[in-house]
Design a protein around this ligand. Structure first.
Ligand code: BES
Ligand code: ZN
Length: 847
């Protein structure tokens, strides 16, 4: 088993001979000149005598630094400095909005995680070096000024300046400090136990903060009950920031959000986005305990807070909105993407040694978040709800106001459950990848004996470096005796194991990994699979198990362990399917097949196959929402109609276009849940005029969500001239820097668009570097835009290009994209001839 090595570059850790205890920090941002003036006094403790004090600062001009010793072991460091409110969406930066006379105006906001507090004030910028903060902001009068704590005192300094002093913070990490200065309004409420909650929005939009506020005031008491630990600050503010690099940031007491992750408009917000807001609010508020109250020892443990929060947001949304059926969606949105990425040779272990800021930035990825969340879900199931909850309480009370490492959580959970948590979990966090469990079974009287073998699952049929891997796998089973009940099985410790299930006769099916709780894939013997297929057709197998089977088989197809033709036959078993998450999984499969076949000449036949596959469910969902339909049914409609449009279904496109015509010129009365579909229909065969009218709609849209929807639909365009215009539009001043990447990525969904986008990226690599260096947007662009090519020559070209034009922090994503490209080529070489024949014969038998 590979183990965690020490960071490449120990140099990046500060010495601990002198450490801060308290910062008194005063900042005066100028919203017109973009300069800020800062002054701080840091009380430090001297642990060992040394001749110098080393702390972090970047992009600041230091005007003076003075040092009075206070007593032998204490001193105070006074620094005055200036900086610039930058436009790079990190540190202390400016965010644009349009003023009442149409003029550009700016707010000042911070984003520090992981290493940008040092760009706002000189500090010991490491998560384990905690201190208290007294913050003072000097700001123009009549502006809102916010920080982590409530205002303690306000003073009018002049006719144009105000000074706000904030209460002292608890001992906290620097990356959680936050300031916002600007024009906002708010709605407020209180939790049942008296914590003041406010949701701040841009002026004129406070109504759109209502939903998040309702969620927040219910989430805080939920976590208090769940953790058995109260929220410890007197208030929490949630604020929507117009220019924001990521989704949201959990600053203690002042959580910042991208507008689309916080604002909900009763008319314009879709069911999917409303659900998303609930999840993001649940995620960031979970960090107030897990991440803030107990922070990380070092960034190697980043996954712990991010994986954990990405798990617990589902627990909490499930409690608040049981009608969302959110746990089922966990499997398609969190678990499956994690498995797909983690099957690559260029994946990485959850725990990685990191030192340099670009290495730290790179691990805010699907492995830390989604694999992290998935293995915690598996652990939650293995330990049981009560032991897990007790362990959380132990962990949070043991380490509150301090820092912890992964092992500390394992210890607390071991104490509460009496199970070997560290031994089990380190096999999942310290080695990359996950096992493939191959199962076969034998009938013995009234019992079924299941035999299992584990080996590392690899997306590449040629991967030979899999031998030294081995996991401790909590295995569970279900059978037709009671399809909804998981039989707690065994902890598989060796390469092979057997397990006997009693009271199962030879005609009954047995399923491994019910609920898709385990982070592994299963390969069934043909007999076991044959027994499961009728249970898929009749839907006597629960939804998660139906999707789990088809998704595992798809992974086996991509890994060359079974054929695409076989998969297409299996999909026939889903004729009666009506579950949203199962369709999401099928949709993932069919989309990836389409992306693959777009590289050769079989896309038309695949589309025909897809139209047939979706035709029944299309009739069921229809175009109009039904009275009292479920949340999932609303989501299913958009999924199905979008795919039918992507697969050129004439009737669907016609209907969508007709609806689009109905909004031209007048107010948009298309229900929010249907708009993406309608825009895609309008754009998929677009001429210039239609495209222009959507561009106009983008520019005029008053809410971000609508802009995102239009941008996403632009991916349906198939005309190269218009595609080129979309790419230019993406980097024009009509699109915020935070959104450019999300306008570009959808164009890569066709071979034509992908070629154009890659050329565009090469031409604009300098712009990409300037705008996005140090964030994870460039990584996202590279991976999504390029991974669907299918020729090794292209992979070589991409590697060569980024070797000559490096974008630090994107290296792993470049490698992952190139690995996917080579795997695609091999997949086509293996399966293309047979699949082509099959698709052609299906087509002719249906025409
Ligand atoms: N702590 C992160 C914010 C973050 C992300 C900082 C990347 C630096 C780099 C925050 O809690 C988070 O995870 N935000 C997510 C949204 C969440 C709902 C998954 C994000 O911004 O993508
Ligand atoms: Zn997070």
């Amino acid at each position: 088993m590979s183990s965690v090595k020490s960071p490449k570059n120990e140099f990046h850790r500060l010495p601990t001979s002198v450490v801060p205890e308290h910062y008194s920090l005063q900042l005066q941002p100028n919203l017109v000149s973009f300069e800020f003036i800062g002054q701080e006094t840091i009380e430090v403790q001297i642990k060992e005598t040394s001749s110098s004090i080393l702390l972090n600062a970047v992009d600041l001009s230091i005007n003076s630094a003075d040092w009075p010793p206070l007593e032998p072991s204490k001193g105070s460091l006074k620094i005055s400095f200036t900086g610039v409110l930058n436009d790079k969406l990190k540190g202390f930066y400016r965010s644009k909005y349009v003023g009442s006379c149409g003029e550009d105006k700016f707010n000042a906001v911070t984003h520090f995680e992981p290493t940008s507090a040092r760009a706002c004030f000189p500090c010991w910028d490491e998560p384990a070096i905690r201190a208290t903060f007294d913050v003072t902001l000097i700001v123009p009068r009549y502006k809102t000024a916010l920080s982590n704590m409530p205002i303690k005192k306000e003073t009018i300094l002049s006719s144009s300046l105000m000074e706000y002093q904030f209460e002292r913070t608890p001992k906290m990490s620097t990356y959680l400090v936050a300031f916002v200065v600007g024009a906002f309004e708010f709605v407020e409420g209180q939790t049942s136990d008296g914590t003041l909650c406010r949701v701040y929005t841009p002026m004129g939009k406070k109504k759109q903060g209502r939903f998040a506020l309702d969620v927040a005031v219910r989430v805080l008491p939920y976590y208090k009950r769940y953790f058995g630990v109260p929220y410890t600050l007197p208030k929490v503010d949630l604020i929507a920031i117009a220019d924001f690099a990521i989704g949201a940031m959990e600053n203690w007491g002042l959580v910042t959000y991208r507008e689309t992750c916080l604002l909900v408009d009763e008319q314009e917000t879709s069911a999917l986005n409303r659900q998303w807001v609930a999840l993001v609010v649940g995620h960031e508020l979970a960090h107030q305990w897990f991440g803030n109250l107990v922070a990380l020892e070092w960034w190697t443990h980043l996954w712990l807070k991010e994986g954990y929060a990405s798990f617990v947001e589902f627990l909490c949304v499930n409690e608040l909105f049981p009608e969302f059926d959110i746990w089922t969606q966990f499997v398609t949105d969190i678990r499956i993407p994690a498995l797909e990425l983690d099957a690559l040779e260029n994946s990485h272990p959850i725990e990685v040694p990191v030192g340099h800021p670009s290495e730290i930035g790179e691990i805010f990825d699907t492995i830390s978040y989604r694999k992290g969340a998935s293995i915690i879900r598996m652990l939650h199931d293995y330990l049981g709800i009560d032991a897990f909850k007790q362990g959380m309480h132990l962990y949070l009370t043991r380490f509150q106001y301090r820092n912890a490492a992964t092992e500390d959580l394992w210890q607390a959970l071991a104490d509460s459950s009496k199970k070997p948590v560290d031994e089990v979990m380190s096999t999942w966090t310290k080695q990359m990848g996950f096992p493939l469990i191959s199962v076969s079974s034998e009938q013995q009287g009234n019992n079924r004996v299941i035999s299992m073998i584990q080996e590392k699952f690899s997306a590449s049929p040629r991967d030979t470096a899999t031998e030294n891997y081995h996991w401790l796998v909590p295995l569970t089973f279900s059978s037709s005796e009671n399809p909804n009940k998981a039989v707690q099985g065994i902890l598989m410790k060796e390469k092979s194991a057997t397990f006997t299930i009693s009271n199962v006769d030879e005609n009954q099916w047995v399923k491994v990994n019910p609920g898709a709780v385990g982070f592994y894939r299963v390969s069934y013997s043909s007999e076991m699979l044959a027994q499961l297929i009728p249970a898929i057709k009749s839907k006597s197998l629960p939804a998660l198990d139906r999707l789990n089977i088809v998704d595992d088989i798809f992974a086996l197809v991509r890994a060359g362990k079974t054929s695409t033709a076989e998969l297409l036959q299996l999909l026939e078993a889903f004729v009666n399917e009506d579950n949203y998450s199962v369709w999401t999984s099928i949709d993932n499969i069919i989309e990836k097949l389409a992306l693959l076949f777009d590289n050769v000449d079989s896309l038309e036949n695949l589309k025909a196959y897809g139209r047939r596959l979706y035709s029944r469910v299309e009739t069921i969902v229809g175009w109009d929402s039904k009275e009292n339909e479920s949340h999932s049914d609303a989501l299913l409609r958009s999924l199905v109609l979008s795919r039918m449009i992507a697969f050129d279904n004439k009737k669907t496109i016609q209907k969508g276009k007709a609806r689009f015509e109905s909004i031209r010129g007048v107010t948009n009365n298309i229900p929010a849940d249907l708009r993406d579909v309608v825009y895609k229909a309008a754009l998929c065969q677009a001429e210039e005029a239609t495209f222009k009218s959507l561009l106009e709609m983008y520019k005029k849209a008053d809410i971000q969500e609508e802009k995102e929807r239009i941008a996403c639909a632009m991916g349906s365009v198939k005309d190269s001239n218009i595609l080129k215009q979309i790419l230019e539009f993406a980097i024009s001043d009509q699109v915020r820097n935070q959104d450019s990447v999300y306008v570009m990525i959808p164009t890569s969904k066709t071979k034509l668009g992908r070629d154009l986008l890659w050329t565009f990226m090469k031409d604009r690599v300098q712009l990409i570097r300037e705008r996005y260096l140090g964030g994870n947007m460039a990584s996202r662009l590279i991976k999504s835009a390029l991974e669907n090519f299918a020729s090794s020559a292209k992979a070589t070209e991409i590697e060569k290009f980024f070797a000559e034009n490096p974008l630090p922090g994107t290296e792993r994503n470049v490698q992952q994209a190139c690995e996917c490209i080579r795997l695609n080529e091999a997949w086509l070489a293996r399966d293309y001839p047979q699949t082509k024949t099959l698709l052609a014969s299906i087509k002719s038998s249906n025409s």
